[in-house]
Design a protein around this ligand. Structure first.
Ligand code: T4K
Length: 412
């Protein structure tokens, strides 16, 4: 568990106190982005014991069924197919929707969104984002549609729903499938309606680092009964009966222990969201007034899970780059992350396959160079946030000096 290595009074006063310049790191252990939220351990242990007593570990277990019901309820959707993780969930949904040829996706997302297509030899066509929302820019989507396009995948980045209405309108008019990567957006709403029932299907992630985790896990949700049935079969090798498959499938099953973790955490979900919201507010207050720093907001009229604290650093104003600030924080053992740098289009195999992509993704390029995410969640305390913000403030208040010292440290 990270704790501060200083008395409150002695937190860094001058630039020379920063760990990157030889001072003592602010934390004794790494303070991660994405440390798991963990609900009632006793309840989880009871569930695990029950699983062991009944000797039913996976394949159609009762905890998975119950987890599916709870997810469907929260997402306001008719069908939920629990999957071992969201990446396989995306792959199964893409296949069940019969996507082929080209599919339009943002490049500013976790690599799994693009890989889920490329893995099935479908071309991800990278579309630029709106720099305000960090989500697909619907105006640019239309221009990328070709006769080979079969679908659009919108990503609700940071849990902030993308422009669902516009994308739905385009998909309907152009007869394209519409899938949402909702890995970040469980329990969020769009225009008051829960994320989950939009498009043809949506995919949630319950990975350890998500605000609601089942250790590993994911789910595809949809209101289309036939699609749900198809995905259920695909998740279990295509088995329709003992010794019989009627179509191809994979092993995408969630196991009972993961479902037990998910169910246990669901019981604490309101508390996790309240903690995240409180942390977000604290960051907002403590970083207020720092020129060149923008903290991404969540729309208070909607329900959000507040699971990402996202800073944008405009180095022309701050005088220090995002990467320099990250290096300073890492030396203090604050492992801030530059999600989703450098954009999928700059990672292999896409960098080689689509060498000209950067030219058509100016907003993605610019946002990917500015974003830094900070620690939040149940494992983070308000004292830790205060320390993190004080370090950021010290750096920005002395940006010229810090930058000079950092540049002097570079090898000739
Ligand atoms: N679509 C989108 C938009 C996504 O963001 C993701 C996943 C997916 C699809 C695919 O979902 P899954 O197939 O994973 O269900 C993390 C997560 O692994 C990944 O799930 C997530 N997005 C992504 C945004 O972040 P990394 O590269 O940060 O590495 P990871 O998971 O090893 O750890 C992150 C940090 O969290 C570590 O520095 C330490 C801390 N951590 C991690 C784990 C696993 C802990 O403290 N405890 C832990 O148990 O990817």
């Amino acid at each position: 568990m990270p704790t501060a290595t200083h008395d409150r009074d002695s937190l860094k006063q001058v630039v020379g106190d920063l760990a990157i310049f030889g001072g003592t790191p602010a934390f004794n252990n790494p303070l991660h982005v994405g440390q798991p939220n963990i609900g009632d351990r006793k309840k989880f242990a009871e569930r695990v014991n029950d699983i062991l007593d009944r000797r039913w570990l996976t394949n159609g277990g009762s905890y998975v069924s119950e987890f599916e019901e709870r997810i469907a309820e929260t997402a306001g959707v008719a069908h939920c197919v629990a999957i071992c993780n969201a990446t396989i969930g995306l792959e199964i949904a893409i296949r069940a929707l019969n996507l082929k040829g080209e599919v339009i996706v943002p490049s500013f997302t976790f690599i799994a969104t693009a890989h889920a297509l490329q893995w099935q030899e479908i071309t991800p066509v990278f579309c630029d984002i709106d720099p305000q929302t960090h989500c697909l820019d619907p105006e640019r989507v239309e221009a990328l549609i070709t006769p080979r396009t079969t679908g659009i995948i919108g990503v609700h980045l940071w849990g902030r729903p993308c422009e669902i209405d516009s994308l739905t309108e385009i998909a309907t008019r152009r007869a394209l499938k519409l899938l949402f990567d909702a890995a970040h957006a469980f329990a969020c709403t769009y225009k008051g309606r829960p994320v989950g029932s939009f498009g043809d299907a949506e995919v949630f992630s319950f990975h350890a680092t998500k605000f609601l985790n089942s250790m590993e896990g994911g789910a595809v949700v949809t209101n289309d009964a036939d699609l749900a049935q198809k995905m259920r079969l695909m998740r279990n090798f295509g088995f329709t009966h003992y010794d019989q498959t009627d179509s191809i499938g994979v092993n995408g099953k969630l196991n009972e222990v993961s479902a037990a973790m998910g169910l246990t955490n669901l019981e604490s979900m309101a508390e996790f969201i309240a903690i995240n919201r409180r942390h977000h507010k604290q960051y907002e207050e403590e970083l207020a007034g720092l020129a060149g720093i923008r903290l991404l907001h969540y729309d208070e009229r909607e329900r959000s899970n507040y699971q990402y604290v996202v800073l944008e650093i405009d180095d022309a104003t701050t005088g220090i780059s995002r990467d320099q600030l990250m290096d300073v924080l890492h030396a203090e053992r604050v492992l801030a992350r530059r999600y989703f740098y450098p954009g999928c289009h700059r990672m292999e195999p896409y960098r080689t396959l689509y060498a000209n992509a950067p030219l058509s993704l100016p907003q993605t390029e610019s946002v990917a160079a500015q974003v830094l995410t900070l620690p939040t969640g149940e494992a983070v305390t308000s004292a830790m946030i205060r320390d993190v913000c004080e370090i950021i403030r010290l750096v920005l208040d002395n940006a010229t000096e810090v930058r000079k010292l950092l540049e002097e440290r570079l090898p000739a």
